[in-house]
Design a protein around this ligand. Sequence first.
Ligand code: APR
Length: 232
Amino acid sequence: MQRKKLVVLTGAGISAESGIATFRDANGLWEGHDVMEVASPEGWRNNQALVLDFYNQRRKQAAQAKPNPGHLALAELEKKFAVTIITQNVDHLHEQAGSTKVIHLHGSLFQSRSTADESLVYPIEGWELKLGDKCERGSQLRPNIVWFGEMVPLMDLAITEAQQADIFMVVGTSLVVYPAAGLVHYVPAKATIYVIDPNLPPMSKRPNLHLIPVKSGEALPQLAQKLMEEAI
Ligand code: APR
């Protein structure tokens, strides 16, 4: 029998229990910076060294973090379901936990890309991205992160996944940043939706909607166990 398709949209909340701070509980400041200073094309134009340093620090923090029971439960679900994770997070904790199909909607801390050609993407491992680091065509490298005001290149792929979901989960995201926040609208009416977040984001009423106002590190292992038993 064909496995059910489980699509999961994750945000900063799923990594909170791994020690990575979420965004919107810090007065719009991010490690002491105005978000637009470090996460927008204008910020990059104004001070490239500051932006590179900001992401170098975040990369160091993410490299030391470990997946928590929430990430591990999502990886475990691959034993019974065809799982796709669509994450807004730029850490790699889903992959570290063992998830094999992860769409990084907002890019990755562990990749750089050319400022001249966005198809030139390179891994960053154990080193810092600096002014003067160039792509093969001689242009400055920048973090491969989708900044405010930029296109989300993987959005079409994410929409196609959401449209095919039998079960859709929304985990640890405030659903305030578009287009990611709009993905829920593409989920078929017959699909079951679970929303897991101690501060539930606003969701329109619909059938088969389950709201779970609990931390993902607690809620996901229990939910995963229930779904796997039902899938037998
Ligand atoms: N378990 C589950 N959810 C949690 C937990 C937890 N332990 N702790 C906090 N949360 C929830 C918060 O209640 C909040 O709803 O995680 C959510 C985090 O929301 P945001 O900080 O807004 O993060 P996110 O939705 O991922 O932000 C989206 O905005 O800054 C940009 O590009 C950045 O990808 C990011 C995007």
